[in-house]
Every structure is written in structure tokens, then in C-alpha cells.
Ligand binder design. Sequence first.
Ligand code: ADP
Length: 274
Amino acid sequence: GEALAVSARVAPLGSRLVLLLVEDLTEARRIEAVRRDFVANVSHELKTPVGALSLLSEAVMDASEDPEAVTRFAGRMQIEATRLTSLVQELIDLSRVQNDDPLEDAEPVRVDELVAEAIDRCRHQAGTKQITMAAGGTAELHVWGNRGQLAAALGNLVENAVNYSPARTRVGIAARRIAAPGGDLIEVSITDQGIGISEKDRERIFERFYRVDPARSRATGGTGLGLAIVKHVAASHGGEVTVWSAEGQGSTFTLKLPEAGGVRDRVEAAAASG
Ligand code: ADP
């Protein structure tokens, strides 16, 4: 009786999993293309800050008699170093999403830990711009997925919120559980008071290498890959990412992910216990 009941519960989910798998394969091909393009681009992207750092350090040595110039050059070195750091971070994120089946080593992941990690990742950048970061509602919530990939997704969204906001603004991160037919979802939203995104650009920002303002994005180490990674992670976890924005007022990115302890979890537990 119990076995029958379990298989009855698994059957409808089974077809959903097959669907997810098919979507995963297309996604895997897409991310493979991202990786190829990225490798082609990255040498070029890395060369710029490395070249600048080397020139600037020479300039510092030549200007040792002129403290003002040294300070100026040091400031520019810091900008280039920040750029390098985010390029390397993007490389790390990309290597995290290489795993073709993210749900293979999925586990319940605490939302408050993911959020703390994302905030940590841009604490320095937020500090220099005096941007306040505040998180709420994350306690006791768990999502189901690959920890590294989820961290990459959330990290990118919070990083963007900081990067595309003027000084002395606020970035808010809120999480809540929402009921959904296929099992409860956890919704994490990141709200900024930044430059916003026009309707025309909103349709394209999730494409790889798409940047509204390449010069501005490059200055913060952006490659236009961040949101492509976020979209990939959301989709491969059976979730989605959406954006709301008003130009000049700010943006809210919303990440919906399956709750741990939801349907998927229960089916795995039932399968494990035979
Ligand atoms: P990038 O590395 O350039 O940040 P992303 O893929 O993360 O690339 O984002 C693509 C583009 O979307 C960015 O270049 C930027 O123009 C825009 N964008 C992303 N997040 C925000 C945000 N919170 N506010 C305004 N614009 C944003």
C-alpha cells in the first residue's frame, strides 16, 4: 500500500523531472557556449587591468618624489585591482556552473548563509560607496540545490545592485516562502536604488555579454556574464529569475527557487528508504 502510494506521488513528478532534464540539456549547451566565448574573451579582458597595473606601478616608482602623484596612481591601482578581482570572481562562478547536473549533489541550503556570503562578497565595494546593505526574512528558510551555484547566483545579483547604484543608497535583500502548485518556493529579492534598466534593455540583460553601458560595466569588472549565470542557475534548479525596474529609481531582481523540504525532498527521501 505504502509503495503504491509513493509511486503514485512520484509518477506525476517523474514526467516533470524528464521535462526538467530536457531543459537542462539545452541549458547545458547554452552554458557550454558561454564558457567558450568567455575563454576567448577573458585573456583580452584580463590583459587590460594587468597592463594598467604594471604601468601604474612603474609610474609610482618614477614619482617617488611627488607624494600627490603617488596617491593618485595608487588610487587608480586600486580600481584596476578591483576590476581584476571581479574578473577572477566571474571565472570562479563559471567554473562552479560547469557541473552539468546541479541537482546531483543538491542539498538543503540555508538562505541566511547564502545571503551573508553574497553580502560579504561585495562588502568592500559597498563600503567605499557607503552603500547600506540590509537583509530580512531569511531566518529558517532553506532552498534545495547546489550550494556553490546558488552562492554564485545570489552573489552576482547583490554585486550588480551595489555596482549599478550611486553612493549612499540602500540595497535590500528579502526572502519569503510562497505557495506553488508543484511545492513551495523560496523567493529572494534584491532591491536597489540605482540607475535602473530601461524596458528595452530589460529584455536583453540576461543574454551573455549583454551590457547596457559597456564602459561603465567594464569599470567595475563586468563582463556581461553575471546575469547569464544567474539565469542558468535558476533554470537548472527548476526556478526562475525576474526583474522589475524603473529608470533612475532602481531595480528589483527576484530569484525563485524550490524550497528544501518541499516535494522534491520528500520524493528523494521516499526513494532512499525504498
Ligand atoms: P555585468 O558583468 O556587466 O554586470 P551582468 O550580466 O551581471 O553583467 O549584467 C548585464 C547588464 O545589466 C549590466 O551590464 C548592466 O547594464 C545591467 N544591470 C544588471 N544589474 C543591474 C542593476 N541592479 N541595476 C542596473 N543595471 C543593471
